[in-house]
Structures are given as C-alpha cells and as structure tokens.
Write a protein that binds this ligand. Structure first.
Ligand SMILES: Cc1cc2nc3c(=O)[nH]c(=O)nc-3n(C[C@H](O)[C@H](O)[C@H](O)COP(=O)(O)O)c2cc1C
Length: 355
C-alpha cells in the first residue's frame, strides 16, 4: 500500500474523539500495516481510570480508520494480540476489496464533533433518526442503547448526573486536571490539543470567571462558602441536559472490551452526525463509575464513594441494560439540534503522530 494512502488513513484516524482532546496516540507505519501505540505523557488523568477513556478513544480511532479504508476500497483487519510489542494497542492491515461499502461514514468522520452549546429542546428527534441510532448500537453483540424518554426517567438521570458533577467540581485532582487541559485565549493554536475556550459552549462572561477559578484554594473556599460546585454543575450539566431533545446511554453487557466499546460509540456518533444531530458525551459520571468499579474507588473519599454507589443504584433503576453487580461500562450522551455551530477542536499535525 502506498505511503500516501497510509497517511490518509492516519489523517482520518486522528479526527477521532479523545478525552479532553489529548490525542494520546502514535502510529508506526509500515508498507502493509499501521500500528497504533500510546503516548503515556498525554494520559493518566483522573478521568482515565485504568486507561478506560484512552481505550475508548482508541476504539473510535480504529473505527475511523475502518470507515476510511472502506472508502479507499480496502478491507481492514485488526490484530490486537500478536504484535507482542510494548504498548501496541492494535495492528491494522489492509487488503483491496472489489466493491466498497456504500453505507460507510467516510464523510461524517470529517464532520463529527462535540457540540457543547445548549440545544433546542422543542425540536424532537425524528422516528427514523432514532431507529438509525438504535441500529448503530444494538446491531453489535452485547451493546444496547437506551433513550430516557419518560419525564420521570429523564428527571432522574439529570439529577444523577448533576449530583455526580458536584463531586467533579469539588475534587482537587479533577480540578487540577481540568486546568491542565483548558486552553484559554489562543493557546490551543499553539498546543493544538486540549479544550479550547471556543469549544466550551459557555457564555463569554464565564471565561474570565473560569480563569480566576484556576486556584484550587479559592475554588475550595467558594465551594464551602457559597456552594460554587452546585452552580458549576447547574451550568455544566443540568442546563445542557435540560436543553437536549434526547438523553441516551450505551451499555455493554458482560466483561467490557473498551476498544470495541469505542468503535460502537463512534459508529453511534457518526450516525447521529449523518442525521444532523448535535452530540455531547457526558463522560464524568461513567468514568467515575469506571474508577469506582475497576479501581475500587481509589482517589475518592469514603463519602464520595458511598454517594457514587447511591447514584449508580439510581442509574440502574432507570437503565434496564445496566446491572450494578456486573460492573458494566457505560457511556452517556445528550443529543439534539443546535442553531449554533460549535468551535472545532484542534488536532496536532499528522506528522507529529508518526513514530
Ligand atoms: C471517553 C471520552 C469521554 C468524554 N467525555 C466528555 C465529557 O464529559 N464532556 C464533554 O464535553 N466532552 C467529552 N468528550 C469529548 C471530547 O472532549 C472531545 O472528543 C475532544 O475534545 C475532541 O473534540 P471533538 O469531539 O469535537 O473532535 C469525551 C470523549 C471521550 C473519548
């Protein structure tokens, strides 16, 4: 295969979502394969317990490669075990096919993005769009998509995530991680990663406030004195969720394969993009649960652990596919239609990913 085709595949790959847009990946390119490896300097945040968030991002990236390979008339095979080299997540090889798949998402992967604006709740998600989203998830073994349609379910989910978000804003390590990835002004143009101010979807007057709150000492005092963490969670998650036409979860039953999870998540997101829907993952609660269940809640106080256990129980009550005892992986999203185009997040140049 030509080097040019390989680079096209890498170009499509790096458009994948990654937690906090840290793009923690590298590629080794050979004549017939692409090896995906990890850049550990860009990992290890609190919201990446046992590399779960990284692996989900890797899954999305592999899915992008598969979609674009189909467009180039290539069939992709993924080998996740045989390379035996340290930190190789997957080795992908390609063979020409006679007929390419007309149903692939080769154009949507250039359009997919995270939209953190408020959506127009009155504009409902049509029946066909919902059915297509269902197929994008439910057609993969062990995965299920749940729409929280009943007002009572919706209210309970919003409440659950709101409460989880108050923990997020009162946790020192999460606070530090957040400021590590926030890119104020034009600093995202320099690092070409992280969460650029323009992509946050918040009112302009919040930016100086956010800048000011960089000090954990100040934030912690305001949390205690005026309940700042409640206000942050109200604007950060409650309002965006209330503004959304659809709230959904993807749950995997049985022992979780995070890379496969990421592939399914990306197909769901690409399908939503094709249907003209805006999407924002709501990763804090699912990744808190991953830390709770995979690392025995390491890094949380005992009070936070018991609150999260209660929230997990409440989540199980409204999500038939989710069983607390099975310690399943879950991802949540809000969906809807938004009048405003979100600022696009940056990507580092393709060459910088090649080892
Ligand atoms: C595992 C995972 C969790 C994420 N969690 C959140 C989240 O909680 N809130 C959010 O706004 N975006 C979340 N994102 C989206 C990323 O921030 C986003 O993909 C990244 O900034 C790149 O932007 P893009 O999706 O527009 O390309 C998550 C992405 C991944 C892969």
């Amino acid at each position: 295969m030509s080097k040019e085709s390989m680079l096209k595949l890498v170009q499509a790959a790096i458009l994948a979502p990654s937690a906090d847009n840290m793009q923690p990946w590298k590629f080794r390119v050979t004549d017939d394969s692409l090896e995906l490896t990890l850049d550990r300097n860009l990992m290890g945040h609190f919201f990446d317990p046992a590399d779960v968030a990284t692996k989900i991002g890797c899954g999305a990236l592999v899915e992008n490669i598969d979609q674009y390979a189909q467009y180039l008339g290539l069939a992709m095979a993924v080998d996740r075990s045989s390379s035996g080299q340290q930190d190789v997540v997957a080795r992908m090889t390609f063979t020409p096919v006679v007929r390419n798949d007309p149903g692939n998402f080769s154009s949507e992967l250039f359009l997919r993005c995270t939209n953190r604006e408020l959506y127009d709740r009155r504009q409902k998600i049509g029946r066909q769009a919902r059915a297509d989203l269902d197929v994008s998830v439910n057609s993969s073994d062990g995965f299920s998509l749940t729409f929280y349609d009943l007002p009572v379910q919706r209210k309970m989910l919003i409440n659950t995530l709101y409460k989880a978000d108050t923990i997020r804003f009162s946790h020192e390590v999460v606070h530090k991680d957040f400021y590590d990835v926030l890119r104020f002004g034009d600093s995202a143009g320099k690092t070409m990663d992280g969460l650029a101010q323009a992509t946050l979807g918040i009112e302009f007057f919040f930016i100086p406030i956010l800048r000011y709150l960089r000090s954990w000492r100040l934030t912690n005092i305001l949390n205690k004195v005026v309940g700042l963490h409640h206000l942050m969670a109200l604007r950060g998650i409650w309002l965006p969720m209330v503004s959304s036409a659809g709230l959904v979860s993807i749950v995997h039953s049985g022992s979780a394969d995070y890379l496969e999870f990421g592939r399914v998540m990306e197909r769901f997101w690409l399908q939503a993009t094709r249907s003209g829907l805006s999407v924002q993952p709501l990763g804090a609660f699912p990744l808190f649960l991953a830390r709770l269940n995979l690392l025995d809640g390491e890094g949380f106080s005992s009070e936070q652990v018991s609150r999260l256990r209660q929230l997990e129980q409440a989540f199980e009550d409204i999500t038939p596919a989710y069983q607390v005892a099975e310690r399943q992986l879950v991802m949540l999203f809000r969906l809807g239609y938004s009048g405003r185009a979100p600022g696009r997040s940056m990507r580092r140049p393709v060459d910088s990913f090649i080892e």
